[in-house]
Design a protein around this ligand. Sequence first.
Ligand code: XIL
Length: 446
Amino acid sequence: MFRRLTATAALLAAALTPTLAGTASAADAPLRELADARGIYLGTAVTGGKLTGAYADTAAAQFDSVTPGNEMKWGSVEPVRGQYSWTGADRIVDFAEAHGQEVRGHTLVWHSQLPSWVENGTWTPDALRTVMTDHVTTEVSRYKGRVDHWDVVNEPLNEDGTLRRSVFGATLGESYVADAFRAARAADPAAKLYVNDYSTDGIGAKSDGMYALVKRLLAQGVPIDGVGFQAHLILGQVPSTMEANLRRFADLGVDVAITELDIRMTLPATEAKLARQKADYAAVTRACLAVTRCAGLTVWGFTDSDSWIPDFFPGEGAATPYDENLSPKPARAGIAEALAPGTPPGPAGCTAAYTVQSQWGGGFTGQVTVRNTGTAPLTGWRVVWEYPAGQRIAQAWNATVAQTGTAVTATNLPYNGTVPAGGSVTFGFNASWAGSNPPPTVLGCG
Ligand code: XIL
């Protein structure tokens, strides 16, 4: 994948009027156009069986890449040795071609969703190697020229960065990774070949292990083109080192991509959590934009009605940019605003710090400092937080503050919306409390 620069950027820039976030009217443009104008693709995982009606329309209109959520996995395509079933995968590839979308093939060699004949077989190293490379060759050949990126090997590492003892790792050691990539390259020399994993999004033991693995593979001449970062994230926990992490991999001479982004929260979703999620989605998008070799970003399902999170993380959900009724959430606007022409890449532009200045029986005075941590001036700001113990705002200064239930939203006044890079603005308020006065549980700035 190379960066595509089109005239769209200039057209969009001309059409936009500066507003609160500097870019609010970009929210109306299809995400795929915004992404294209910034030289990245914007993808989504899809479920083939749902590709009709409004689900299909949104997937086609907003995204320029699709990843089959399950349909290309080993257990789906080769449930019985040598017997392939392509119906589900074909459907998605056909859909992509009908809508001018790229395809991320996911995934060829993975320890999960394997057919039991592979997972529970008794293998000599040679037999397993042959079975694996046959599988890779057959699947990649089938879609030769039609799949742009392949997640060749998925989740090869343990949390500490060592090789996972999957059936492949345990039987073949690290050599299986190299063999899978070689088979894929031979079957489709034009496809971009990726290794993909989770919890490698920021710098840490696991991403250090991935970094070392990719370095070794490159040193051995293994045909690897890119590293995928799944980015199954938790609300408020976008790693601060994400951009630096992507960059260090790119500096090895490979592409990088965000491949399975979702940002989960404890249910129920509230206005404050959704606002925080918006800032988190924007931060991840900006991290990709900041790294020239970041080829694109894929969300793992674009609607909450098609997300794996509630099934795998009980009590959590609302992790995607569209709600269950296919209405856009603030997260979608976060992506759009980060992609809008003129939005500087890099870390999100603001942080908020909350303090209680003084407190008395039943009342307190609070203060919030908004700091511009970005590289461009803020042209308006909004701080959201959530009170855990029934506190209620009575009166505010230097901001307009509104409260709905536990959720508080503060926006700038005309005279303090512009904050230079590195600068800060403070506003205050009086509020009531009863019983206890703990700090906000969620606090975000955007
Ligand atoms: C998930 C799918 O979304 C679910 O439908 C399925 O039941 C389990 O797998 N990392 C991956 C993806 O690489 O393939 C997983 O997809 C999510 C975690």
